[in-house]
Design a protein around this ligand. Structure first.
Ligand SMILES: [Fe+2]
Ligand SMILES: [Fe+2]
Length: 483
C-alpha cells in the first residue's frame, strides 16, 4: 500500500501520514505510549473544560494550501497524530561538512547522540508549555481566547507526539525511554523540572500567555526553522509541518498584545488621560498600563533569549558541521554554507564593557540565530507602537538590551539596565522593580483576570479581535462549556 503523504490516514488509532499501519513495531510502541500520554493530558493539560466542545482545527493533510478542518471536539478526543511534510525528492544536506550529500533517511551512527539530545530538548518544551498554561482557562477573557488557548495546547501536545515518533522510530530502546521521560518531567517541579529555564516559569495571567506565545513560541519557531534544515530528513520534514501550526501560536501572541494595548489606549482616551505613565490613574480604569506591559515584555523577551544558549558554542558549531542543525533560512543564504573561514560579530563583555567582537562564524551560530530572532520580534513592536501612536500617545514599547536580566551566556554574571548600561548589584536590587513585574504588578493584573464566558463578550481589559477564527462572526460560541 502506498500512502498519500499529503493526506492523513485516520483509520489507525494514531492518525498519520507515515504509513504506520505497515510499520507494526513503531505503531505498537506508539500505542504503548498513548495511555500514558492521555493520563498526562488529564493530569497536566487544561484544568477543567475537558468535557467542553471546543471549536478546534485538526490537521487532515500536510498540503500547506489547506491542511486543517475546524469542528467541535472534546479535547481528550482530539486526534493527535504524526504528520510529516512530504519528502522532497533527492534532497541534499544544505550546509556543513556534508554539504551537497544526500540527506539521511536513517540516523548516522556518529551523530546519534547529538540528534537524540536535540530531539529530546525540543520535545520537552512542548508538554512544558501546556503545563504552564493549564490553569488559564479559568480566567479567559472570552470564548474566542479560550479556544485559542486550547488550540495552542492541543497542538503543543501534537508536537510532543511528533518528537516521540522520531524517538521511537529511529532511536530504539533509548528512544522509548526518552519518550517516557518526556511524560515524567513537570514544568516547575523541584525534583524533575523541564529541561529549559523559561519552561519552568509560571504563566500566571493572560498577558503572560500572550507574551509567552509571542516571545517564547517564537524561540520555538527559530529552533524549528534550524532543525527543518537538518540533514536528518525525517526531522526536517517533521519540523516543516510543525512550523505551519506554530504560526498560529505567534498570531495569538501578537494579536493578543495588540488587543491589550488597543484597549488601554482607548480607555485612556475616553477618560481624557494624557500621561500613559500615570500608572495609578490608568489602572483605576481597569486596564493594564503601558509601563506594566513593557515590564512583562522585558521579562518574557529576556527569558526567551536565554533559550538560545551561549553566544559562543562549540556544540552549535559541531551540530552545524555535522549537518544536523542549520541556520535560519539556510537555503536562502548566499554563502558557502560551510563557514570554515567566516566570522560573525558577537556581543561580549570585555573589561566591563559590552562590545562587538568578531568570532569564528561556526561557534557564533547561537548568536546569529538569536539576532535573527530579535529581528523577528521587532515586527510586533512596530505594530503595537503603531496602535499607541495612532491613539495619540507619545510612548514606545522597546526590546530591552540583550544584556538585561540574563541567566545564560556572556551576561549572566552582570546586571544591566534595559538600555544596556551595566550597573552594580545594589543598583539592580534597588531598581529592578522599575523594569520587571513586581508582586504588586502581578496582583494588579491578577485582579483583572475574571472569566468572561458569554459568546461575543470580552473582558474590559482587552479589545475584541478584528476577525474571528475560521471567519466566524463575533458572537460565535467557540467553546460550549460543560463542566
Ligand atoms: Fe510547539
Ligand atoms: Fe507553539
Amino acid at each position: 500500500m502506498n500512502v498519500n503523504v499529503m493526506n492523513v490516514d485516520y483509520s489507525t488509532k494514531i492518525p498519520n501520514n507515515v504509513n504506520l499501519a505497515e510499520d507494526r513495531q513503531v505503531l505498537k510502541a506508539l500505542e504503548g505510549w498513548h495511555p500514558g500520554y492521555i493520563d498526562w493530558w488529564n493530569d497536566m493539560g487544561p484544568d477543567g473544560f475537558q468535557q467542553s466542545l471546543v471549536y478546534l482545527r485538526t490537521a487532515y493533510s500536510v498540503d500547506p494550501r489547506g491542511w486543517a478542518k475546524f469542528d467541535y471536539v472534546k479535547m481528550p478526543d482530539y486526534r493527535w497524530g504524526i504528520l510529516l511534510a512530504p519528502q522532497e525528492e533527492n534532497r541534499t544536506i544544505p550546509f556543513g561538512e556534508n554539504y551537497g550529500q544526500p540527506a539521511w533517511q536513517e540516523v548516522p551512527g556518529e551523530h546519534r547522540a547529538t540528534l537524540r539530545r536535540l530531539i529530546v530538548i525540543q520535545g520537552d518544551t512542548e508538554p512544558a508549555s501546556v503545563e504552564q498554561q493549564r490553569h488559564l482557562g479559568k480566567t479567559a477573557p472570552s470564548l474566542y481566547d479560550l479556544r485559542n488557548l486550547f488550540q495552542v495546547n492541543v497542538e503543543e501536545g501534537r508536537h510532543l507526539w511528533a518528537m516521540v515518533y522520531l524517538l521511537q522510530k529511529y532511536f530504539g530502546r533509548d528512544g522509548r525511554e526518552e519518550a517516557d521521560e518526556l511524560l515524567r518531567r513537570r514544568s516547575g517541579d523541584a525534583d524533575s523540572p523541564r529541561m529549559l529555564g523559561a519552561f519552568n516559569e509560571a504563566t500566571p495571567d493572560w498577558l503572560s500567555f500572550f507574551m509567552f506565545t509571542y516571545f517564547t513560541d517564537r524561540d520555538g519557531k527559530m529552533q524549528l526553522h534550524s532543525l527543518a534544515q537538518s540533514g536528518f530528513d525525517p526531522l526536517s520534514r517533521t519540523c516543516r509541518f510543525m512550523l505551519t501550526e506554530e504560526a498560529h501560536h505567534m498570531f495569538v501572541g501578537e494579536t493578543g498584545i495588540t488587543r491589550v494595548v488597543q484597549r488601554t489606549c482607548d480607555a485612556m482616551r475616553e477618560a481624557g488621560i494624557d500621561d500613559p505613565n500615570d500608572v495609578a490613574k490608568v489602572r483605576a480604569l481597569g486596564v493594564i498600563d503601558l509601563p506594566t506591559i513593557q515590564k512583562k515584555l522585558n521579562l518574557h523577551y529576556s527569558l526567551s533569549l536565554d533559550l538560545f544558549g551561549s553566544e559562543v558554542s562549540t556544540n552549535a558549531a559541531n551540530a552545524f558541521n555535522a549537518g544536523i542543525k542549520g541556520r535560519y533560512r539556510e537555503t536562502q543564504i548566499e554563502d558557502d554554507h560551510r563557514l570554515q573561514n567566516d566570522t560573525y560579530p558577537v556581543l561580549k563583555l570585555v573589561n566591563g564593557e559590552i562590545k562587538r567582537v568578531d568570532e569564528p562564524a561556526l561557534t557564533a551560530l547561537n548568536m546569529r540565530l538569536r539576532d535573527d530572532y530579535t529581528q523577528d520580534c521587532a515586527k510586533g513592536l512596530l505594530r503595537w507602537n503603531k496602535v499607541i501612536s495612532t491613539s495619540g500617545y507619545d510612548y514606545k514599547l522597546t526590546l530591552p538590551n540583550v544584556a538585561f536580566h540574563r541567566a545564560i551566556g556572556e551576561f549572566r554574571d552582570v546586571h544591566a539596565t534595559p538600555d544596556g548600561l551595566l550597573i552594580d548589584d545594589a543598583t539592580w536590587a534597588k531598581r529592578k522593580g522599575e523594569w520587571l513585574p513586581s508582586t504588586s504588578d502581578g496582583d494588579f493584573i491578577a485582579s483583572l483576570m475574571t472569566p468572561v464566558t458569554e459568546a461575543g463578550e470580552f473582558a474590559p481589559w482587552i479589545s475584541a479581535p478584528k476577525v474571528g477564527i475560521d471567519n466566524k462572526p463575533g458572537d460565535f460560541e467557540y467553546v460550549k462549556i460543560e463542566t
